[in-house]
Design a protein around this ligand. Structure first.
Ligand SMILES: C[S@@+](CC[C@H](N)C(=O)[O-])C[C@H]1O[C@@H](n2cnc3c(N)ncnc32)[C@H](O)[C@@H]1O
Length: 306
């Protein structure tokens, strides 16, 4: 594992809907669990306690920094932690001679620890390079993408992945200005979007660049492709008959994919036709949980889908 980007002295991430996840996963000793987005191990630490003795836990994350946090939360060497996307889980499980898992958890999106990492530009305030990749060994940074993409590509991304209303205007502005003032840091991007939108920017409660950042992060990490493959292909492939898959999403683009996948009655019994949401008490303590949606499905025993 590479050492990856730097991190703050302690993990600041608070696991979202922890009580609901533990309840829905119906955990007991001896189960085999995959946490595809193990992050700082917030959910996994509690899962591990509940599946002992005899349980096995496999955690994946694309981000090396997050895996270092996970190892601190889960020091038992019996816990398998592997850098990579959850779409690689079939290979990881094969390497462990496991035919599948009883529980599969995905808690999508970004960790608060990544927002705190000043070196990858996840936060608007960051002066560091605008990278936005979970795994900096793969693909290209958001700054490189902004320097080379066409205005059409950028506008499509801002529209499709950020649901940004001013997608064309922002994309044209960035392309027009990039030869004189290339966007290299998160702060430069936040300032450019604010300058482009002028008066329109001040109408919003959120930072005017919120949707553009989300869109670029989704684009450079190909996030929706991973989510789609994760729920349509990997879940059915690795969750044993009768096993459970739980997914927490943070925006409608992800949630739509999960909802559609769980509607396939040949494969899943959808246990949450209406997704569960965080309690008002949790939202007060952890505002990040405000947009969380938890969906859970049981793998049908009779399905012949792979
Ligand atoms: C919301 S955090 C997970 C937090 C974790 N459940 C906890 O309680 O500590 C999401 C994590 O998913 C990781 N991630 C995003 N896409 C991924 C993918 N396709 N495969 C594996 N990890 C991914 C991110 O790097 C991040 O660490």
């Amino acid at each position: 594992m590479n050492t990856g980007p730097s991190r703050s002295p302690r993990s600041v991430h608070v696991p979202v809907m922890l009580r609901e996840v533990l309840q829905q996963l119906d955990l007991h000793p001896g189960l085999v669990v995959a946490d595809g987005t193990v992050g700082a191990g917030g959910h996994s630490k509690k899962i591990w306690e509940r599946i002992q003795p005899g349980g096995r836990l496999i955690g994946t994350d694309r981000d090396a920094m997050m895996l270092r946090w996970a190892r601190e939360a889960l020091p038992d060497p019996a816990v398998i932690l592997q850098q990579g996307s959850y779409v690689e889980l079939p290979t990881v499980l094969a390497g462990l001679e496991l035919d599948g898992v009883d529980r599969f958890l995905l808690d999508l999106g970004l960790s608060s620890d990544q927002l705190e990492d000043r070196e990858r530009g996840f936060s608007f305030r960051a002066e560091g390079p605008l990278d936005l990749r979970f795994d900096t060994r793969q693909g290209f940074s958001a700054a490189d993408y902004l320097a080379t993409a066409t205005a059409e590509q950028l506008a499509d991304d801002f529209h499709n992945f950020g649901e940004e209303h001013h997608s064309r205007q922002i994309a044209s502005y960035l392309v027009e200005h990039r030869s004189q003032s290339p966007v290299r840091t998160a702060k430069e991007l936040a300032d450019a979007v604010t300058a482009c939108l002028g008066n329109k920017a001040s109408n919003s409660e959120r930072h005017p660049a919120t949707r553009v950042f989300q869109a670029l992060r989704i684009a450079v990490n190909a996030e929706l492709q991973h989510v789609q493959q994760g729920v349509e292909e990997i879940g059915p492939q690795i969750v044993r008959p009768g096993g459970l898959m739980a997914v927490i999403t943070f925006h409608s683009l992800e949630d739509r994919l999960v909802k559609q996948a769980f509607r396939d009655k040949r494969i899943w019994e959808d246990l949450t036709p209406k997704p569960l949401v965080a309690s008002p008490a949790e939202v007060r303590i952890n505002p990040r949980s405000r947009s969380a949606k938890l969906r859970v499905a049981r793998r049908r025993p009779t399905s012949n889908a792979t």
